[in-house]
Design a protein around this ligand. Structure first.
Ligand code: ADP
Length: 476
């Protein structure tokens, strides 16, 4: 089985969110199952040439290796990718994003002929790669090289759709016929994600609950109709985490390593985090951590509603995040008002490890969360997740019941500030019961949300799809 995996970000080269973690981990895991995987991404300026062994193979393509010999191809173009960031500058999308990702999609297909790699399946991810399934069923339909290739399209976040002016359609090289209600048209604009959802042979998203949620008006972001239409081709496969990267027993950035049967080391991490963040050093004060993009999706509006009440409790609060200026302002204020808080408005991978390991409770009050990595990472570090019941959070965190002692975290349902506060109070009650809290930590650390299980699911999907007879689209 040959598979090309297309993603606009891949760990360790370029990352803005969870997609990068998936793209850097799933392909090597699939390769372990015998799938011949290759990955392709743009060659952004942020990618450190010296740090990785990246070899140039021709004027505009380079290659590096991840995992056990999975080749990652980089599409070069100074004009498009030699910029400070991946998609935007100062919170504003680059104006030529359609041009940039059209180029990336077209070059990814051209690359296949150059390197003589004929995939059975091209696995695309999010709107940046959505033109690929569209090209295969339109422009490349008759090309014998591409004719038999099938596509999987994975939605990592339906909230980002790649919307562009209709006048820019010629940039893509597609004909006017695709710009219709049954195609890329979305309220008079081009919607690349919609195109991907309609043209791909199979659609997946990153948890079962999210796969159901996106078929509803509340979470469908206007594409619920398209997803309902394709529901027999839509499934949810939960993301995992890279257990080596997030292993509290081996991680070198931690002050002290620890495991589920020797959690003592976790407290050394808490103390060193408190020192680093200039908080009062105490093993007993509950430390609440949050690491997130500062975006509405992440439940920051309900957090804002009760943040004063939270930090006035006998707790410590650490936030690491960057994004929407309105939340920068909010947390800047909190920082100035309360000594028991430590606010870091930045992206800082090293500090993230320390917060995951050193906190007691990890907050994810998301409005929606396709899968969420934060709760999986925090479980691994024995930091108890407190989440809203949505998407992948609902599929991975089970509310702790103090009577039966079942559960691995704290879950609230209503998207309301009061419900978040109530869940925090509940968690703090359990925290005060030191012996039970220790057991909860050990239980959390034993949850195994690894990539192995997810990779097996994707492999099954690839196998099924490879032999499936594909129905023709209305355009063909
Ligand atoms: P999303 O992809 O929606 O941003 P996920 O929970 O799926 O959310 O993944 C977010 C990933 O990015 C996690 O690994 C998280 O630790 C990391 N992350 C988010 N913000 C920051 C930050 N400011 N600094 C370091 N890591 C961050």
């Amino acid at each position: 089985m040959n598979v090309l995996f297309c993603s606009s970000e891949v760990v360790p080269f370029a990352k803005t969110g969870g997609l990068a973690d998936v793209a850097g981990t799933l392909p090597p895991e699939l390769a372990k199952l015998g799938v011949n995987m290759k990955v392709v991404l743009p060659y952004y300026k942020v990618i450190d040439l010296k740090k990785f062994k990246i070899k140039k193979i021709n004027k505009d393509t380079s290659v590096a290796v991840i995992g056990n010999n999975v080749e990652v191809y980089f599409i070069e173009n100074k004009r498009y990718f030699d910029r400070a960031n991946l998609y935007q500058y100062n919170g504003i999308d680059y104006r030529d994003n359609l041009e940039r990702f059209t180029y990336y999609c077209q070059q990814s297909l051209k690359l296949l002929k150059q390197i003589k790699f004929k995939p059975d399946i091209i696995h695309c991810n999010d709107w940046q790669t959505a033109l690929i399934p569209i090209y295969l069923k339109t422009i490349y339909k008759k090309d014998p090289f591409f004719k038999k290739i099938k596509t999987v399209f994975t939605i990592h976040n339906l909230g980002y759709q790649g919307l562009f002016s209709k006048d820019d359609l010629p940039v893509t090289g597609l004909s006017e016929d695709v710009f219709s209600m049954e195609g890329l048209e979305f309220y008079g604009r081009i919607n690349l994600l919609k195109g991907g959802l309609l043209f791909a042979d199979k659609i997946t998203t990153v948890s079962s609950t999210y796969a159901s949620e996106i078929q509803t008006n509340q979470f469908g972001c206007g594409l619920e109709g398209v997803l309902q239409k394709r529901k027999s081709d839509l499934s949810g496969i939960l993301n995992g985490i890279n257990r080596y990267e997030w292993d509290p027993q081996k991680n070198k950035i931690l002050t002290r390593n620890y495991s589920s049967d020797a959690i003592e080391g976790k407290y050394y991490n808490k103390i060193s985090l408190q020192k680093k963040c200039k908080l009062k050093v105490s093993r007993d004060i509950p430390l609440l951590g949050i690491i997130t993009r500062l975006a509405d999706q992440k439940g920051l509006d309900i957090l804002a509603g009760v943040i004063d009440k939270i930090v006035q409790m006998p707790i410590q609060f650490i936030l690491l995040g960057t994004g929407d200026p309105k939340y920068h302002k909010l947390f800047e204020n909190i920082k100035n008002k309360y000594k028991n808080t430590s606010i870091h408005l930045a992206f800082d991978a090293k500090l993230a490890y320390k917060i995951y390991a050193g906190s007691d409770i990890f907050l994810m009050p998301s409005y929606y969360e396709p899968c969420g990595l934060g709760q999986l990472i925090s479980l691994n570090f024995g930091t108890i997740p407190l989440v809203r019941k949505t998407g992948g959070l609902a599929d991975t965190v089970i509310d702790y019941d103090p009577f039966t002692k079942q559960g691995n975290g704290f879950v609230f349902d209503n998207y309301q500030a009061g419900a978040l506060l109530e869940a925090i109070k509940r968690a703090l009650c359990v925290y005060n019961d030191t012996e039970n809290w220790k057991k909860l930590i050990a239980k959390a650390m034993e949850c195994n949300y690894s990539w192995e299980a997810s990779a097996k699911e994707y492999n099954k999907l690839y196998d099924k799809l490879k032999v499936l007879k594909i129905k023709k689209l209305s355009y063909e």
